[in-house]
Design a binder for this molecule. Structure first.
Ligand code: UDP
Length: 455
């Protein structure tokens, strides 16, 4: 039925993926959502971290040569990788698009290029081909303003800085988050500022902007974003709820943890995962382990292979820890996270606060323990702890006593009651946004109309 609808509309969207897990997830969810609205879909992705085409026979996939190895930019050096992807993919993508448009079926015409904001070259290609570019922000709407507010990449000291005394100054445009919380640091290096400025330029040229956020979560900020950017902004979050079946994990999910969860008491388990990129050192691994053991709570812990510096996986964990937590703890390499967070046994999520994970937790009403590491994670943590007040932040050096106390406070103690109640309320509000005439439901229909209006 969806295929027939796609034929009826006769409009194809080309989606350009930024090849890291959280971004791939969002782009494939978006593809599924737009496909369900009747658009045909082409997914253009770099060769690096290619999504599995077989999971999505309904889409056409095209692999863009990225030359990442030749540019000497290891994918773990994000700034170099972003820069290489943008310079290396532009020409082959433009060539692919030109060839595709030459032989285009009049009943299957390209209606626009939908691109991850980090792949800003795609806006330039869209401009060259006189196609509408639709910019996708995979993190909070607040980051659109953040990137735009400090665009001066030519600061004389090579980075933007402000006195520590201003660090606590509230920024009313951004729901009164403080400056340091927003920027993550009081000093921002030039390459990051340059990237933010380039991304902001592309966003300003886009015909529309899609943000994976939920309107009520960032209401004030979204008003400011719309004042700042000329094109319409569509809040389509939480996308994972609109496209729950869009499977796109690069690592194999260990589903045995779901049977383990089935055996645990309701709301008793703390789930720990730091996403697809964060790495910890060996000391932190051991402190986390003992903090979990001493908290006496059951736990499900994702330790991604290669995420502990200097070791393959969990070889550094002492036998005494393993004996102490036997039956009470489950450690896996990669979990079916959305299913885990939706499981009745999970009562808390210790997270790095990647934006996808944050939304996934909010939508299941799971309170959070926040330990942000880099990028926009600090901003998400501020939202969780200071604005929505559905979590606690774990600050400073990671130490077992601190971890134990924080877990107990979040999960069982009376101090955490209000946090747990607010988390439940947020889940309910998010559900309303997805229902008929909710903000996300309406935004999706408006976006579809908007794309069709390009002609
Ligand atoms: N994820 C998962 N299994 C895991 C850990 C993470 O499926 O064991 C998924 C998670 O559901 C989320 C994504 O990986 O959709 C991580 O994206 P996020 O933006 O939270 O963090 P990033 O990995 O980009 O730092």
């Amino acid at each position: 039925m969806e295929k027939q609808e796609a034929k009826r509309l006769g409009h194809r969207l080309v989606l350009v993926v930024y090849p890291f897990q959280g971004h791939i997830n969002l782009m494939l969810q978006l593809a599924t959502i737009l496909y369900s609205k009747g658009f045909s879909i082409t997914i253009a992705h770099p060769q690096f971290n290619s999504p599995d085409h077989e999971n999505h026979p309904e889409f056409h996939f095209v692999s863009i040569p990225d030359d990442l190895s030749k540019s000497n930019s290891s994918p773990s050096n994000f700034m170099a990788a972003i820069s290489a992807l943008n310079s290396n993919c532009e020409a082959p993508f433009q060539q692919y698009m030109e060839e595709m448009m030459k032989v285009e079926d009049p009943h299957d015409r390209v209606a626009g290029v939908v691109y991850d904001g980090f792949m800003h070259f795609a806006q330039a290609v869209a401009n060259n081909l006189k196609l509408p570019g639709i910019n996708v922000r995979t993190s909070a709407a607040a980051t659109l303003l953040l990137f735009a507010v400090f665009p001066d990449a030519h600061h004389e000291r090579g980075y933007i800085s402000f006195p520590e005394s201003l660090a606590q100054a509230p920024v009313p445009e951004l729901q009164s988050l403080d400056l340091k919380g927003l920027l993550g640091s009081t000093e921002i290096p030039t390459p990051i500022l340059e990237l933010r400025a380039t991304m902001t330029d592309a966003t300003k040229k886009a015909s529309s902007i899609i943000v994976n956020t939920v309107h009520f979560l960032e209401q004030q900020t979204l008003t400011k974003v719309q004042e700042h950017f000329p094109s319409p902004v569509f809040s389509l979050g939480p996308c994972h709820k609109l496209a729950p079946s869009a499977s796109c994990s690069l690592l194999k999910e260990d589903t045995s943890c779901i049977s383990w969860l089935d055996k645990q008491a309701p709301k008793s388990v703390i789930y720990i995962s730091f996403g697809s990129m964060v790495r910890v050192d060996d000391k932190e691994l051991v402190e986390i382990a003992w903090g979990l053991a001493n908290s006496e709570q059951p736990f499900l812990w994702v330790v991604r292979p290669g995420s502990v510096r200097g070791s393959e996986w969990i070889e550094l964990l002492p036998e005494s820890f393993k004996e102490r937590v036997e039956g009470r703890g489950c450690i896996v390499k990669w979990a079916p996270q959305k299913e885990v967070l939706a499981h009745g046994a999970v009562g808390g999520y210790w997270s790095h606060c990647g934006w996808n994970s944050t939304l996934e937790s909010v939508c299941e009403g799971v309170p959070m323990l926040c330990r942000p590491y880099f990028g926009d994670q600090g901003l998400s943590a501020k939202y969780v702890c200071s604005v929505w007040k559905v979590g606690l932040e774990l600050e400073g050096v990671l130490e077992r006593g601190k971890i134990e106390r924080a877990i107990r406070k979040l999960m069982v103690e009376t101090e955490g009651v209000e946090i747990r109640q607010r988390a439940k309320d947020l889940k309910h509000k998010a559900e309303l946004c997805l229902s008929e005439n909710g903000s996300t439901y309406n935004a999706l229909n408006e976006l579809a109309q908007h794309i069709l209006s390009f002609g």
